[in-house]
Design a binder for this molecule. Structure first.
Ligand SMILES: C=C(OP(=O)(O)O)C(=O)O
Ligand SMILES: [Mg+2]
Length: 398
């Protein structure tokens, strides 16, 4: 019944105005799924390859479409994703592009769910999924590769860890975002927004910590539950192969570990993503040793949603959390495998958007399906609220 009868691919816009790949899967009995690939700016060196959209579409039309149409069942996600890998025939989706692969993989999942008449999270998570919901991490101040002339640290993330519901958490993050703007205005600082909708003021990291702390504490008083904050340092972007380069000077490898450990202590950070370079497993292990009992040390560029890199991290005690971006690895099956391996070893999976996004809501369903404790998908902006509002709807209906 879920035999794929038609697979269409087209170019659509992402939130940065760049072309990205959208896929539509139709099945024999009329099941339908549509999904679009996101795109990163601070991409990890070991990510699957994103090809220019036109090139990815042409390659997938030639190599993947004939292997899927009339051959594979959309409800059998593992088969769809295996065929995508066979059609690609490289280690990193350099053949058809991870953007084509992930769009097709997610569209097939949606077509499979449509055939069952079930929401996507239920199709992916099954009947015994449980009833846990992810806490959203909301980007409220940012710079790095996402905004010029702003903070060195890429993301300051509101983390409403005490929220009684997803809806409360989503609104708390939006309130922190608003409050950050008010605090900046009081200080006479005008600013625009970065790629993910976070404020991108021309201030240094030290001032951003002050602003964030003040905004979070005001909102915490208003809502009456615990709201903390965390970071995505995106440290590979600061590392020049020798030291970490900040506006206020450089930090050696040891200094960087000590600096982050101090920040965790001083601001009671609940989450620290990519605090060190993507090749520095030892540094991650050292930091995890120091602060891993108090905070999540998350690997994004370090692990790139890849089970081999995660296995290395597990062996070496590097990090205690993994960021999960389906387009970093290319298929939903691979993303599921990374989550499963992480959970098995006590690593917290954090399902994540990319800085370039679309209205696609698959990651909201993926986070619920896998009972991921966190989802990182911004605080405001249409392509971000698409996921947040979907979480609110899922929570109401689940
Ligand atoms: C979402 C992120 O940014 P990008 O999509 O640019 O990699 C990130 O680094 O976690
Ligand atoms: Mg990151």
């Amino acid at each position: 019944m879920t035999l794929v009868t038609e697979l269409r691919l087209r170019r659509v816009l992402d939130s940065r105005g760049n072309p990205t790949v959208e896929a539509e899967v139709t099945t024999e009995s009329g099941g339908f799924g549509r999904a679009a690939a996101p795109s990163g700016a601070s991409t990890g060196e070991y990510e699957a390859i994103e090809l220019p959209a036109e090139e990815a579409i042409a390659a997938a039309r030639e190599r993947a479409v004939p292997r899927l149409e009339g051959q594979v069942y959309a409800g059998d996600q593992r088969s769809v994703d295996r065929v995508l890998r066979e059609a690609d025939d490289t280690e990193n989706f350099g053949g058809i592009g991870a953007n084509s692969a992930v769009a097709i993989s997610m569209a097939a999942a949606k077509a499979g769910a449509d055939m069952l008449g079930a929401p996507l999270y239920q199709h992916l998570g099954g009947a015994f999924r449980g009833d846990e919901f992810p806490t959203p991490l909301g980007n409220v101040i940012g710079g790095g590769e996402h905004a010029a002339d702003a903070t060195d640290i890429q993301e300051f993330l509101a983390a409403p860890v005490g929220a009684p519901s997803v809806a409360d958490a989503v609104f708390a993050n939006a309130a922190v975002h608003r409050e950050v703007h008010d605090v900046l205005a009081e200080r006479g600082i005008a600013c625009g927004k970065g790629d993910e909708g976070a404020w991108a003021p021309s201030i240094d990291d030290a001032e951003a910590f002050e602003v964030c702390e003040e905004a979070v504490s005001t909102v915490e008083d208003e809502v009456g539950f615990e709201v903390g904050f965390g970071l995505d340092v995106a440290a590979s972007e600061l590392y020049d192969g020798d030291a970490y380069q900040y506006q206020d000077g450089e930090r050696t490898l040891d200094e960087q570990v000590a600096y982050i450990a101090d920040l965790v202590e001083e601001y009671d950070l609940v989450y620290v993503e990519d605090p060190l370079d993507e090749d520095d497993y030892d540094g991650f292990a050292d930091l995890t040793d120091r602060v891993g009992d108090r905070t999540l040390v998350c690997g994004d560029d370090l692990f790139v949603t890849n089970t081999e890199r995660l296995s290395t991290g597990i062996e070496r005690g590097a990090a205690n959390s993994i960021l999960v971006k389906p387009n970093q690895i290319g298929t939903l099956s691979d993303a599921f495998d990374a989550i499963e391996l992480a959970v098995e070893h006590g690593y917290a999976p954090v399902v994540s958007h990319r800085s370039g996004e679309t209205e696609d809501t698959t990651i909201a369903h993926l986070a619920v399906a896998t009972a991921a404790p966190f989802i990182k998908t911004g605080a405001v902006g249409g392509e971000r609220t698409a996921k947040l509002n979907e979480l609110v709807r899922i929570e109401e209906n689940a």
